[in-house]
Design a protein around this ligand. Structure first.
Ligand SMILES: Nc1ncnc2c1ncn2[C@@H]1O[C@H](COP(=O)(O)OP(=O)(O)OP(=O)(O)O)[C@@H](O)[C@H]1O
Length: 261
């Protein structure tokens, strides 16, 4: 039996600028089919910028390196082309658009994902968003409602590489259960390891989402660089105890060649 996993995402020596500010330097990341990564790091360390670069937001200018997705160099591709290849993203703070109803955006997502009108209503009910369908997207939505709306769009898009930017922030205790279990299912975490086809990259500060989604690896971004890769639960514990620098120093003692390419 061939047990070799397929490569999903390979980021090689990525450098990134926004305006004239360098936000990422020499970032390397390798994700295989079925794997879920948790991305940690202090505020402003470049986590959301990395996700924006992967999905092809043109505001973020790639200054060096390459992004390979499912074996194809996507560094110069548009966001639409990348989504067609199979990636999807739930943003931390998506735009509010007056006059564009949530249902219209969901129909667009469902077309991308080959989902039916019936699916839209079924998943909207599941995520308790059925009463929001006729409202302008994100307009006056609470923090938790924005998260459920983003997740609903992601489900309907039916992609196989999912990026979620802080899906657990600002979510109350009841809704974190709903969101956590939904993401767990989306990333097929209940399937056997070698049967999982979905891969993920989740940004989290508190690690709350990791009570539901048993990520395979944790990565710390620090000052725009990958500073530590390891067990996500060990990283969380170490950061809580000794802060980011303490955790990174420990990681470097254990893996002194982490940043040599
Ligand atoms: N569109 C933008 N315009 C100007 N500066 C930006 C933009 N996006 C990101 N930055 C800057 O890039 C740096 C990294 O920001 P980013 O949002 O990626 O950090 P983060 O690690 O996701 O932070 P947080 O945990 O606070 O969400 C910050 O200094 C931020 O101010």
């Amino acid at each position: 039996m061939n047990t070799k996993k397929k490569e999903i995402l390979r980021i090689v020596n990525l450098g990134l600028k926004v305006d004239s500010k360098t936000v990422l330097q020499n970032v390397n990341l390798y994700i295989q089919e079925g794997e879920t990564f948790a991305l940690f790091g202090p505020n402003g360390s470049g986590k959301s910028s990395l996700l924006s670069a992967i999905v092809g937001n043109p505001v973020y200018k790639i200054t060096s390196g390459r992004i390979i997705f499912k074996g194809q160099d996507i560094t110069s591709m548009t966001a639409d082309e990348r989504v067609k290849l199979g990636m999807g993203i739930a943003f931390q703070t998506p735009p509010k658009v007056s006059g564009v109803k949530l249902i219209d955006v969901l129909r667009h997502c469902a077309r991308i994902g080959g989902r039916s009108e019936e699916d839209i209503y079924r998943y909207a009910e599941m995520l308790k968003m059925d009463e929001f369908l006729e409202r302008s997207i994100n307009y006056g939505f609470s923090g938790g409602e924005v998260k459920r709306s983003e997740l609903l769009q992601l489900i309907l898009m039916n992609r196989d590489f999912l990026m979620l930017d802080e899906p657990d922030s600002g979510v109350d205790l009841e809704n974190i259960d709903l969101i956590g279990k939904t993401i767990r299912e989306l990333l097929e975490r209940d399937k056997k390891e070698d049967e999982r086809k979905k891969s993920g990259l989740l940004i989290t500060h508190t690690g709350k989402i990791l009570d539901y989604v048993d990520a395979d690896y944790g990565v710390i971004l620090y000052k725009g660089r990958v500073a530590c890769v390891g067990n996500p639960y060990d990283i969380l514990r170490e950061v809580s105890k000794n802060g980011y620098e303490g955790c990174i120093n420990k990681c470097l003692r254990e893996f002194p060649n982490l940043n040599s390419n």
